[in-house]
Design a protein around this ligand. Structure first.
Ligand SMILES: NC(=O)c1ccc[n+]([C@@H]2O[C@H](COP(=O)([O-])OP(=O)(O)OC[C@H]3O[C@@H](n4cnc5c(N)ncnc54)[C@H](O)[C@@H]3O)[C@@H](O)[C@H]2O)c1
Length: 471
């Protein structure tokens, strides 16, 4: 890994009781709704999915709590001006996209790659302005070469024309409360009552701007998100899981795993992880690791399976479970029999745990192969977390937490990073931008296409909620 060993301190503090949250209440605490990649096509969990009446009652209660509790700011509330929202018009004029520089730490991905910009400019006459950014994985010269205009970092606020779409990936800095007058395309993380959601929306209200949130762009035919990062979340999660496994063979389970930095490209990632796994296999007497992927048929799951294959794990050693294999209900002793477990399910209703302390401690040391657990799904603070062994997320700076068991069981290394695709920013951006392209083209030919009209309708609904909240 492109890492430093400097600040690694990877032993987790003792886990807080599950279901409790730390600090101020955040929407995320009851369901992982402020997740980097929450899927909107997934509705809030439905109590009707529960088998038993008692379960239904519990889940219904949780949902009532989720929907009734909203974050109440300790700070002064912004005032809302009750503006008339902009309505969409159909036009065949090519739009102007202004790709802003991201401001979030470690974010090297982008919503518009040079390749996609090239198609938009060359084939469809879009105008594109790209802000300089020291973090973006693509060099500014690549954008300039294909005819994008180049602008200074952050200059959209003062220089972008009123009709330009401001395109970004992650939310804007929380410290800026100025009114927003443009139409923004980004993941704003404010439609599900996340922290400060109403303040974020009030910026649009005060500036008469519009938010077309990337998380809520759905294909009207399939209900699926038009573009998502899930595949590379599973891919990156499995890569880190195998690297932590290699680290334990090479350095020992007690040596802290170092900080993680995004890779320049997929080749660099594969070369690195493959090399480390080969070294580790040599050191441990030729035993290759087995990898179990839960939710293997989904976006994240298929990414995890593909990564394991690329590293050279044989198909027999990649155990793929999905909804059929878990029908009987957990916990599953089978998980403990594999070196690396990658959880990629989409949790839509309460389910029995996949794994718990009792199952792990009940097996003999010989039966216990499991050393690394990667929780791509990251339902860590959900009261129905199917892996109730921890309740916190890890980060690129401090990627691994350790769960201890009764001796002689070795500890379990756990990764619960909620922005995994950032590990491979180039390929993750390429897949995302390519999937987004057909919808972007509709902004020229059919601005009222359902994908955009629905997103704007949702924005208006959320804005009305924010007004009520701040009234
Ligand atoms: N950590 C990150 O950086 C990151 C990034 C993106 C997505 N995610 C999260 O990953 C999760 C999966 O996302 P996705 O896009 O792959 O979803 P998806 O719907 O494409 O796939 C989910 C899979 O889980 C399976 N599944 C559901 N319940 C199951 C059960 N009880 N047992 C076994 N399999 C089950 C489904 O059948 C499906 O195949 C979501 O929670 C998402 O928010 C995390």
């Amino acid at each position: 890994m492109e890492v430093t060993h400097a600040d690694a301190s990877h032993s987790a503090p003792p886990p807080a009781p599950l279901g409790k949250t730390r600090g101020r209440w955040r929407a995320r605490s009851s369901h992982h709704i402020s997740h980097e990649e929450p899927l909107l096509r997934r509705p809030l969990p439905s109590p009707h999915g529960c088998k038993h009446r008692k379960e239904q009652a519990v889940w219904s209660h949780k949902l009532a709590v989720i929907s009734s509790r909203t974050y109440i700011s300790q700070n002064a509330r912004p005032t809302l001006s009750f503006n008339t929202l902009p309505t969409m018009t159909t036009s065949t004029t090519a739009p102007h996209f202004w790709l802003r520089a991201e401001t979030k730490k470690n974010e090297r991905r982008t919503a518009l790659t040079p390749d996609v910009c090239n198609k938009l400019i060359r084939d469809h006459s879009f105008a594109i302005t790209v802000e300089k950014s020291t973090d973006r994985i693509f060099d500014i010269a690549e954008y300039e070469r294909i005819g994008c205009k180049i602008a200074e970092t952050g200059s959209w606020q003062t220089s972008a024309p009123a009709d330009a779409y401001i395109v970004g990936l992650k939310e804007l800095p929380e410290t800026d409360t100025s009114p927003l007058s443009h139409t923004h395309i980004m993941f704003a993380h404010c439609f599900k009552n996340q922290r400060d959601w109403e303040k974020v929306l009030s910026r649009f209200d005060r500036g008469h701007g519009t938010l077309l949130d990337l998380e809520f762009l759905n294909d009207p035919k399939t209900g699926r998100r038009v573009a998502a990062f899930g595949y590379y979340a599973g891919y990156a999660g499995a890569a880190l899981g195998l690297d932590v496994w290699a680290h334990r063979q090479l350095e020992g389970a007690d040596t802290p795993y170092p900080t993680v930095k995004p890779f320049e490209n997929d080749d660099a990632l594969i070369t690195h992880i493959k090399g480390r796994v080969q070294q580790a296999v040599k050191k441990n007497g030729g035993q290759t690791p087995s990898v179990m992927v839960m939710g293997a048929l989904g976006r994240c799951g298929s990414g995890a399976v593909d990564l394991a294959r690329k590293i050279g794990i044989s198909d027999e050693a990649i155990i793929k479970w999905d909804i059929n294999e878990t029908k009987a209900g957990g916990p599953f002793k089978e998980i403990v029999a594999h070196d690396v477990f990658v959880n990629c399910i989409y949790l839509s209703k309460p389910i029995p745990p996949f794994l718990n302390r009792e199952v792990i401690e009940a097996v003999s040391e010989k039966e216990r192969k499991l050393q690394v657990l990667v929780d791509v799904s990251c339902d860590t603070t959900n009261p129905h977390n199917p892996i109730p062994l921890y309740d916190q997320s890890t980060t690129f700076d401090d990627p691994v937490l350790t769960v201890e068991f009764a001796k002689p069981h070795p500890p379990l290394s756990v990764i619960t990073i909620d922005h995994l695709p950032t590990l491979v920013p180039r390929e993750a951006s390429e897949m995302f931008a390519t999937d987004l392209l057909p919808s972007l083209l509709l902004l020229k030919t059919d601005r009222n296409a359902p994908v955009w009209a629905d997103a704007e309708k949702l924005f208006k609904e959320k804005l009305a909620d924010a007004r009520k909240e701040l009234a």
